[in-house]
Write a protein that binds this ligand. Structure first.
Ligand code: LER
Ligand code: MN
Length: 271
């Protein structure tokens, strides 16, 4: 397993669960100094991302791009994939799709987390799920053109009413032949929704494509009360070799959260 840390490039997400907020170069430099293997970037859009000098920055620092978040489409533009308005849904697919292409060129997968949206108003959940599935097909196929998967992230009940538990999302992925989609298992969301986090991970098996390395209170692992040993043992049991990516609040500071994240990564993975 490999370690990663989040770098947020979106000022509107300053209060969000991301470790570094001081720009790409500062985030990459800190990640390297602390010994992370990779960074997970939360960019404003594909366009901003393209001009950000990310490829150069990664090469300079010898870092891997672990994944790219697409949530700015929601945070900045209120787009999502299950919106009642077809034009807004199309804009959401286009926003994520452009990121899939840019991230794909850099060898990384894109995350559909907040951009999945939720069913509300006249949009019943039974209508929203097929819209989500259709979008995952389109975006997953686009990722596959770059040799990547698309990462779908079940969120806790306060953020979506589409899929909250890993097993339900896995069932949907299998039932609809979404072969280019894998799960992002965020330990913060799982702590809220799963009865047994290790069992949930084992149940997903090779559908686990990425992990958000966050404690029960969304602080760095070790600053909350999740029993992480059995979680990491479950990941080892399913032969997970992907990233444990720290998507946590910069609490008490970015540096302390980052250091705690990488130290807990080493302690639990013996990495
Ligand atoms: C949102 O709560 C989250 O976990 C993010 O990774 C979604 O983009
Ligand atoms: Mn997450």
């Amino acid at each position: 397993m490999r370690s990663a840390v989040t770098v947020c490039l979106v000022p509107e997400a300053r209060q969000g669960p991301f470790v570094f907020h001081e720009g790409l170069d500062a985030g990459c430099r800190a990640a390297v100094e602390l010994g992370f293997d990779g960074v997970e970037i939360f960019p404003e859009s594909a366009a901003g991302f393209e001009g950000s000098g990310l490829a150069h920055c990664l090469a300079t620092h010898g870092l891997t791009l672990a994944a790219v978040g697409s949530g700015a489409g929601w945070v900045k533009h209120k787009l999502h994939l299950c919106h009642p308005e077809p034009t807004v849904r199309a804009q959401a697919v286009s926003f994520v799709g452009d990121l899939v292409d840019r991230a794909g060129e850099l060898g990384a997968p894109v995350i559909v987390g907040s951009m999945q949206g939720r069913s509300e108003g006249a949009m019943a959940r039974e209508q929203a799920i097929p819209l989500l599935v259709e979008a995952l097909h389109v975006l997953g196929d686009r990722a596959a053109r770059h040799g990547q998967v698309l990462l779908y992230e079940p969120l806790n009940r306060y953020e979506t009413n589409l899929f909250n538990r890993q097993a339900d999302a896995a069932e949907c992925i299998k039932a609809h032949g979404l072969t280019t989609v894998k799960l992002l298992c965020d330990l913060f969301h799982m702590n809220i929704e799963e009865a047994d986090m290790p069992a949930a991970l084992v149940g997903c098996g090779d559908l686990v494509g990425h992990v958000h390395w966050a404690d029960s209170n969304r602080r760095a692992i070790g600053f909350g009360h999740t029993a992480v040993g059995p979680v990491v043992a479950a990941l080892a049991r399913i032969d997970y070799h992907g990233f444990l990516s720290a998507e946590v609040f910069p609490d008490p500071t970015s540096l302390t959260a980052a250091r705690q994240s990488v130290e807990s990564f080493r302690a639990f993975t013996k990495g």
